[in-house]
Design a protein around this ligand. Structure first.
Ligand code: ACO
Length: 336
C-alpha cells in the first residue's frame, strides 16, 4: 500500500478586517469581554467583491507553488466547506479555476469545523486505496453569511478564510499521515446548527394524499444557532480523548509531538485541551486572535502561517484536531 505526505500549504483571508471595537458598534459587547472570553481580537469578513471560491483558489495556488506541483497533476480536489457558493458543491468550480485540465475528480465535504480533518482522512483513503497521486484538500468557510449579526453570543466568534494543503502519494516509509480518530454524534445537533427554516417546510400532501401546497416554497437556512456553554463542554471533553486515541494508534504520546494544532474556536478551549494533554503553551499553535473561528479553514490557515513563519519545520510531528457542528470531531497525527 501507499504512504501519504503533506508537501505544500497555502491560505488566504478576505481584506475587510473587523475588530472587537467595530462589533461593539453593532451589538452590546466590548473588546474586553470578547478577548477575555475567547482570545479573539479581529476577524476577516467577505464583502460583495470577493467570493469564497476565489479565496479557495488563491490558497490552493499557493499550496501548489510550495509543493512545486502543476495544477494539471492534481487528480482530486476536496473542498471542505459548510458554506458553498453552489448548493450542489463548489469543488468543480475550483478545479476549473485552477486550470486542472486533465479533469480531476472534485467534490465537497460538509462537516463544519471538522471538515478539514475529514478531508485529510478522505485524501488518505483515495491515495491508499484508489491510486490517486496529488490531492488538494481545501478548508474554506464564510460563516459571516450565516451568522445573526444581532446575536452577540455568536456573531463575535466567526470569521471567513480559506486554507489548503497538497497531500501526495509516496512510499510507505515516507508516510506522513500517521493516524486518525474521527467521530460524530447527531444527538448534539441542538447545540450548534443552521437548519432549513421550519416555516418553509410545509406539508405538501393532505391526509388523503392530495397536494396542498404546490409548488413548494424555495428553502432557506436559519442563522447559526449555538449554545456556547454546551459546545465548550463538548470540545473540552471529546477533543483530548480523540487526540490521545489518535496518538495511541500512531504509537506516540503527547510528549513526543512538536505541535498541537486545534480548530481555532476559542483560546480557552485550546488552553483546556493543551492542559489536559500536558502540552506546554510554547508547543501550541494559535492564531485566532487575528481571525476568529474560520470553521473548516482554521486548521490549514494556522498550519500555513506556522509553516511560512518558520515555526513548523520539515520533520515536525503535529497533532491536529477539529470539532464542531454535527456534532463532529476528529484528530489527525501528521508529519510536516
Ligand atoms: N458581549 C458581552 N456580553 C455577552 C456577549 C458578548 N459578546 N455574549 C454573551 N454575553 C453575556 C450573556 O448575555 C450573559 O449575560 P447574563 O449573565 O446577563 O445572562 C453572559 O454574557 C454570559 O453568557 P454565556 O453565554 O454564559 O457566556 P460564556 O462564558 O459561556 O461565553 C462563549 C460565551 C464565548 C460563546 C463561550 O461559551 C464559548 O466560546 N463557547 C464555545 C463556542 C464555540 O467555540 N463555538 C464554535 C465551535 S464549533 C464551530 O466552530 C462551529
Amino acid at each position: 500500500s501507499k504512504g501519504c505526505k503533506l508537501v505544500g500549504s497555502g491560505s488566504t483571508v478576505p481584506t475587510l478586517q473587523v475588530s472587537n471595537d467595530d462589533l461593539a458598534k453593532i451589538v452590546d459587547t466590548s473588546d474586553e469581554w470578547i478577548s477575555v472570553r475567547t482570545g479573539i481580537r479581529n476577524r476577516r469578513v467577505l464583502t460583495g467583491k470577493e467570493s469564497l471560491i476565489s479565496l479557495a483558489v488563491e490558497a490552493s495556488r499557493k499550496a501548489l507553488q510550495m509543493a512545486e506541483v502543476d495544477p494539471d497533476d492534481v487528480d482530486l480536489v476536496l473542498m471542505c466547506t459548510s458554506t458553498p457558493e453552489d448548493l450542489f458543491g463548489s469543488a468543480p468550480q475550483i478545479q476549473k479555476a485552477l486550470g486542472c485540465k486533465t479533469n480531476p475528480l472534485a467534490y465537497d465535504i460538509t462537516a463544519a469545523c471538522s471538515g478539514f480533518i475529514l478531508g485529510l482522512v478522505s485524501a488518505a483513503c483515495h491515495i491508499r486505496g484508489g491510486g490517486f497521486q496529488n490531492v488538494l484538500v481545501i478548508g474554506a468557510d464564510s460563516l459571516s453569511r450565516y451568522v445573526d449579526w444581532t446575536d452577540r453570543g455568536s456573531c463575535i466568534l466567526f470569521g471567513d478564510a480559506a486554507g489548503a494543503v497538497l497531500v501526495q502519494a509516496c512510499d510507505c516509509e515516507d508516510d506522513g499521515l500517521f493516524s486518525f480518530d474521527v467521530h460524530s454524534d447527531g444527538n448534539g445537533q441542538r447545540h450548534l446548527n443552521a437548519t432549513m427554516k421550519e416555516n418553509e417546510r410545509d406539508d405538501e400532501l393532505g391526509s388523503n394524499g392530495s397536494v396542498l401546497n404546490f409548488p413548494p416554497r424555495r428553502s432557506s437556512y436559519s442563522c447559526v444557532q449555538m449554545n456556547g456553554k454546551e459546545v465548550f463542554r463538548f470540545a473540552a471533553r471529546c477533543v483530548p480523548q480523540s487526540i490521545a486515541s489518535a496518538l495511541g494508534k500512531a504509537g506516540l504520546s503527547s510528549s513526543s509531538i512538536d505541535w498541537l494544532l486545534l480548530h481555532q474556536a476559542n483560546q480557552r478551549i485550546i488552553d483546556a485541551v493543551a492542559t489536559r494533554l500536558e502540552v506546554p503553551p510554547e508547543r501550541v499553535i494559535s492564531n485566532l486572535a487575528n481571525y476568529g473561528n474560520t470553521s473548516a479553514a482554521s486548521i490549514p490557515l494556522a498550519l500555513d502561517e506556522a509553516v511560512r513563519g518558520g515555526k513548523v519545520k520539515p520533520g515536525h510531528t503535529i497533532a491536529a484536531a477539529g470539532f464542531g457542528a454535527g456534532l463532529t470531531w476528529g484528530s489527525a497525527i501528521l508529519r510536516w
